[in-house]
Ligand binder design. Structure first.
Ligand SMILES: [Zn+2]
Length: 195
């Protein structure tokens, strides 16, 4: 874009929305402004032809970088931490046999190891439905590297194994967990055997 004494294509932006996002440019949770623009050819400071709409884009309030709106699809670091915590809890609940103290202790240990210590208010009760397991894992899977997805499955496997070998029901649930995380059948089998 030429920048010669008021000559060039100028874009007038207006803010249409704002919020928090993860800025891939400056690398952190930031405020953003969603912008819609109108482009005009300007010569010597005089606006001439309208050149149509620009954007929408998402501008980082801190570094000013403009990103495609798709940047909002990536969760913030804070949002990702909440999704992860929810995923670990959901997997634990899905594998907890009711009234099994060994599995409960294994679940609490595994949550603590994953960085989510249980506080007195976090009561591990209520078995999630198949749909709830999918809802907790599928949106998270694209944002996790393979080791992160594998450790979620291992977390479930450890809880399942706390009361002896895998039961048929536990295998079904672990398959659901692995598939919701996008892990291939061979990898799922390898991980369940390794646990
Ligand atoms: Zn930024």
């Amino acid at each position: 874009m030429p920048r010669v004494a008021g000559t060039g294509i100028r874009t007038a932006w207006r803010v249409t929305d704002d919020g928090d996002f993860f800025c891939p440019e400056c690398g952190g949770d930031r405020c953003y402004q969603r912008l819609a623009g109108r482009r005009r050819l300007t010569v010597l400071g005089v606006p001439l032809l309208p050149l149509g709409a620009a954007g929408p884009v998402v501008a980082c309030v801190l570094c000013g970088t403009h990103h495609p709106v798709a940047a909002l699809d990536h969760p913030t670091t804070t949002g990702l931490a909440l999704l992860l915590r929810d995923a670990y809890r959901t997997v634990a609940l899905a594998l907890l046999a009711p009234g099994d103290p060994a599995a409960r202790a294994a679940a609490e240990d595994s949550l603590r190891e994953a960085g989510f210590p249980q506080t007195p208010g976090d009561v591990l009760v209520g078995a999630p439905s198949e749909a709830e397991v999918r809802e907790a894992l599928e949106p998270l899977a694209p944002h996790l590297a393979v080791p992160g997805r594998e450790s979620l499955l291992l977390h479930g496997a450890r809880i399942a194994l706390a009361d002896g070998p895998y039961t048929e029901a536990e295998r079904v649930t672990l398959t659901l967990v692995g598939m919701s995380l996008g892990l291939a059948a061979a990898d799922r089998e390898r991980l369940l055997a390794a646990a």
